[in-house]
Design a protein around this ligand. Sequence first.
Ligand SMILES: *Cc1c(COP(=O)(O)O)cnc(C)c1O
Length: 236
Amino acid sequence: MKSNYTTGVMTEICDNLRRIRDEIHALEDRFGRPRGSVQLLAVSKTKPPEALREALACGQRAFGENYVQELEDKYAALAGSGVEWHFIGPLQANKSRIVAERADWMHSLDRVKIARRLSEQRPVDAAPLNVCLQVNISGEASKSGVTPDALPALAETVAGLPNLRLRGLMTIPAPSTDFDAQRWVFAGLREAQASLVDRGFALDTLSMGMTGDMAAAIAEGATIVRIGTAIFGARG
Ligand SMILES: *Cc1c(COP(=O)(O)O)cnc(C)c1O
């Protein structure tokens, strides 16, 4: 029996993916970025496994999850389907093992304690966990992410952990609909990355840009955009 969900949303997810890929290519051209330099991460938080299956059938491999329990459940539901799992949410120390065992990427690392646990808990037969450090560029007190001042020390520690591979930086700006304001935050992340590269870190990833600010992120050098709403629709 096919659920209404599957039959109703299926073509829509495919159409959305096609449209967003086209949009990414157009933005790469517009901002002088090489074709294929921006990867699409499909943010599937709160969406059922069927939605991910539809996206998989339309060629999408990389999925982002915010909640550990959802990562665990969808990992089991989609076992063997070739998904690349990205964890992008806040992580409590007592739940780090699930990310260490299930994820290919961790975008939201902002504490040494979590970094050490992820490295210790990474299975011996797994490739190192790819990590991005989450940086709080826009500076609101409530938000997660390391401050730019504390970033070099965290990067130093993380780069020294055997089962993590430091790939780059990630940020979640305060919501803004103003293109220049959006660009300002993303430029800040790009500059933070450049200053780490100057210090000798080999970084190749800038995880920035969501449905509402993808263009500004690509303009400033995003290599991974994290898109949920524009692919799967609004979250309930
Ligand atoms: C939910 C979420 C996204 C996707 O946001 P959309 O606006 O739905 O595209 C991207 N990154 C993170 C960290 C998120 O939590």
